[in-house]
Design a protein around this ligand. Structure first.
Ligand code: B12
Length: 541
C-alpha cells in the first residue's frame, strides 16, 4: 500500500524554506500498524517529493497489485488530494483509493465524488487494517465499520461508526525509521489522543468524540528513549491536544522521565488548556525538563470565550501563564482573530493583554470554521463565508505566510470588520509580536527555540544563496509590515481598487454584538468517554 500526504501549498507559504517539516504523524501510525501485521507499506510526503507520473512509477515498485493508495487529507489540501486521485485513477484504473483524516471524516461524500473508492472516518488504524484484509480477500465492505463507500450499483453507503481503539498502547511505537529525511523535525511525540472539551471551532471532537486516551508511562518512555538516545533529539514537542488533562498521569510521566534521567539530555514542550495546568503538577513538570508550554488561549475577552464555548476565562490564562513563568518555563499563546462579533478595539485590547503577560511567542491566526464543527454549521451559507476551490483558503496561516497583496479570500469575516481590516490586523499584530531586536537577533543567529517555526540554517550568512533567500523573505515581511502599519483609511481604498472582491465583505454598520453558535450534538462518539474520574468538575455545557 502507498500512503500519500498531499500538499498543494507547502506549510509556511513564502517562509516554507525556513520552516521545519513536521512528520505526518497520522500516516506514520497507520504504516506502523499495518507493517506490524505484515503489510508492505510505503509513505510519500509531498512536502518533500511531489507525486507525478515519473515519481509514482518508482513509488509503486514492489507493491502488490491492484495498488491500494491511502491519502491523508487536511481541509486546505483537499484540492491537491482530488487532483492526485484523478491522476492515480488515470494511470492505474484498477487501483483502489482510500481517503482518511480530518477532511474526509467531515465530508466523506466529497471524496467519493472526486473519485475515491472508500473513505475511512475518524481514527484509522483498526479500520484500515480490517479494510485491507477485506479488499485483498475480495470480501464484503458492508461489514466494515467506520467507512463510507460507493457500492457497485453506484449508491453511497455510510456504514456505522467504528469504535475507538480502547488501549492506544496497542498501536506500535511510532515508526520514526520511515522518516529518515533530515528535513523532518523528528522532535515530536503523541502521548495521548483526544480532548473532552466542547470548543465549537475545534475538529477533534468529530474525530475522537469526548474520549481522552493515554499511552502508559512505559510506552512514552520507550518512544522518548528512541528519540533521545537513537536520534539525538535535544528538544521534543508533545503533540497532544491537551497534555495536562489528567493530573495523575502527568505526574507519572514526569516521574518516569526523571527516573530515566532524560531531562539531562533533552527539554520538552507541550500544549494544554490553561484550566488543566494545575499548580500541583507544574513543579514536577519543571523538574522533568518541561521548559515550554503552549496555551490555546484563542481570545482575551470573556464574552468572546462564551461565543466559542471554550469554558475558560481570561483570568485562568493569566494565572496559568504566571504559574509557568514562576517555574522557569517559557510560554506561547495561540490566538484566533476574527471571531463572530469581535471588533478592532477588541483585538487591540487582546494584543496588549497578551503582551503584558510576557509570553515568548504569540501566534495570531484567523478563525477557520472547519467543516464538521458547530462553528461551520452555524456560519455556512452566510455571505461572510468564502470557500475557495478545493478549500485551499482554509489555511490558518494565510495572512502571515503570504504577501499582503495576495487576493485569496479569508474563509470567514465577521460583520463587525472588513476582510482587509482582519487580514491587516493579523499581520500587524503578528509582526508587532515578533518585531523586537531580541527576537530578530535570535532568529538571524540561528538560536531561535520555542514555538516559532522559523529556523535558519547554521551559518546561513556564509552562503550567498541563503543570503539571497533570507533577503527575499525579509523584504516580503517588511513590505507586509509597512502596509499593515499604515492607517487603514489610506490602505483600504487602495486595496479595494486592486481587488474589487473586497467590496463584498465590508464592515456592516451597527452589526449585532451578539450571536448564538450551535453546540456539539451528542453523537455516538460522545459516549466513548474513558476515565472521566479525575474530572468531576469538568465543564460540559
Ligand atoms: C500536531 C499538529 C500539527 C503539527 C504537525 C502536523 C503533522 N504533520 O502531523 C503542525 C504544527 C506542523 C501542524 C500544522 C498544521 N495543522 Co495541525 N494539528 C496537529 C494536531 C494537534 C495533532 C496531529 C496529530 O499528530 N494527530 C495524531 C494522529 C494519530 O491523528 P491524525 O493525524 O488525525 O491521523 C489519524 C486519523 O485522522 C486517520 N487518518 C489520517 N490520515 C489518514 C489516511 C488514511 C488513508 C486513513 C485510512 C486514515 C487516516 O488515521 C490516523 C491514525 O488514527 C491536530 C489536532 C488533532 N488531534 O488531529 C492539528 C490539526 C490536524 N491541524 C490542523 C491544521 C489545519 C493544520 C495546518 C493545515 C494549519 C494551517 N497552516 O492552516 C498545518 C498543516 C501542516 C502540516 N505539515 O501538516 C487541523 C486540521 C483541520 C482540518 N480539517 O484540516 C487540526 C485538526 C487542528 C484543529 N483543531 O482543527 N499541525
Amino acid at each position: 500500500m502507498l500512503l500519500i500526504n498531499p500538499v498543494g501549498e507547502k506549510f509556511g507559504g513564502f517562509l516554507s524554506r525556513y520552516v521545519p517539516i513536521g512528520i505526518p504523524m497520522g500516516l506514520g501510525y497507520l504504516a506502523g500498524y499495518l507493517q506490524a501485521r505484515g503489510v508492505k507499506v510505503k509513505i510519500v510526503d509531498e512536502e518533500l517529493l511531489a507525486v507525478n507520473e515519473r515519481t509514482l512509477s518508482d513509488l509503486v515498485q514492489g507493491l502488490e497489485r491492484p495498488y491500494i493508495f491511502g491519502l491523508s487529507i487536511l481541509t486546505p489540501r483537499a484540492g491537491r488530494a482530488y487532483q492526485l486521485i484523478r491522476m492515480l485513477k488515470t494511470l492505474h484504473p484498477d487501483c483502489i483509493v482510500i481517503t482518511g483524516g480530518n477532511h474526509p471524516t467531515s465530508c466523506p461524500e466529497e471524496s467519493l465524488l472526486n473519485g475515491a473508492d472508500i473513505v475511512v472516518r475518524g481514527e484509522g488504524e483498526e479500520v484500515l487494517w480490517n479494510l485491507y484484509r477485506e479488499i485483498r480477500g475480495g470480501g464484503d465492505l458492508s461489514r466494515i465499520h467506520g467507512i463510507t463507500y460507493r457500492k457497485k450499483d453506484g449508491s453511497i453507503s455510510k456504514n456505522p461508526d467504528a469504535s475507538l481503539i480502547r488501549d492506544i498502547d496497542e498501536v506500535p511505537l511510532f515508526p520514526f525509521e520511515l522518516f529518515e529525511n533530515p528535513r523532518y523535525d523528528k522532535g515530536c511525540i503523541v502521548s495521548s489522543r483526544g480532548c473532552p472539551y466542547r470548543c465549537n471551532y475545534c475538529q477533534i471532537r468529530m474525530m475522537t468524540g469526548t474520549a481522552y486516551r493515554v499511552h502508559s508511562p512505559e510506552r512514552i518512555l520507550a518512544e522518548l528513549d528512541l528519540l533521545i538516545n537513537k536520534y539525538g533529539q535535544k528538544r521534543i514537542v508533545f503533540y497532544d491536544d491537551n497534555f495536562c488533562f489528567q493530573k495523575k498521569r502527568v505526574k507519572q510521566v514526569a516521574a518516569a522521565i526523571i527516573a530515566a534521567g532524560l531531562q539531562k539530555k533533552c527539554s520538552f514542550s507541550l500544549q494544554t488548556r490553561a484550566d488543566n495546568f494545575y499548580s500541583d503538577i507544574v513543579p514536577i513538570m519543571a523538574e522533568a525538563g518541561f521548559k515550554h508550554v503552549g496555551f490555546g488561549m484563542e481570545t482575551g475577552l470573556d464574552h468572546l470565550y462564551k461565543i466559542i464555548n471554550k469554558g475558560e476565562t481570561v483570568q485562568q490564562h493569566i494565572d496559568a501563564i504566571a504559574l509557568a513563568h514562576r517555574h522557569g518555563m517559557t510560554t506561547a499563546l495561540f490566538m484566533i482573530f476574527g471571531l463572530p462579533t469581535e471588533t478592532h478595539e477588541d483585538r487591540e485590547k487582546i494584543f496588549n493583554m497578551c503582551r503584558s503577560m510576557h509570553p515568548k511567542d504569540i501566534k495570531f491566526n484567523n478563525l477557520i470554521p472547519y467543516p464538521g464543527t458547530p462553528m461551520y454549521e452555524t456560519l455556512k451559507g452566510s455571505s461572510r463565508m468564502h470557500i475557495a476551490e478545493g478549500w485551499s483558503n482554509f489555511n490558518s496561516t494565510l495572512s502571515v505566510t503570504r504577501s499582503i497583496f495576495d487576493k485569496t479570500p479569508l474563509p470567514y469575516v465577521p460583520e463587525t470588520m472588513s476582510e482587509f481590516e482582519l487580514k491587516r490586523d493579523i499581520m500587524l499584530y503578528s509582526l508587532r509580536a515578533y518585531f523586537n531586536w531580541q527576537t530578530i537577533a535570535s532568529i538571524l543567529g540561528g538560536s531561535r527555540k520555542g514555538a516559532v517555526w522559523i529556523t535558519l540554517p547554521r551559518r546561513w550568512y556564509l552562503n550567498p544563496l541563503e543570503i539571497f533567500h533570507v533577503g527575499r523573505v525579509a523584504a516580503a515581511l517588511l513590505m507586509n509590515l509597512l502596509i499593515a502599519w499604515l492607517p487603514l483609511k489610506w490602505t483600504e481604498p487602495v486595496m479595494t481598487c486592486l481587488n474589487p472582491n473586497l467590496k463584498e465583505r465590508q464592515r456592516v454598520p451597527n452589526a449585532p454584538r451578539e450571536v448564538k453558535i450551535m453546540g456539539w450534538a451528542d453523537g455516538a462518539k460522545s459516549q466513548l468517554v474513558i476515565d472521566r474520574s479525575e474530572h468531576p468538575d469538568r465543564r460540559s455545557s
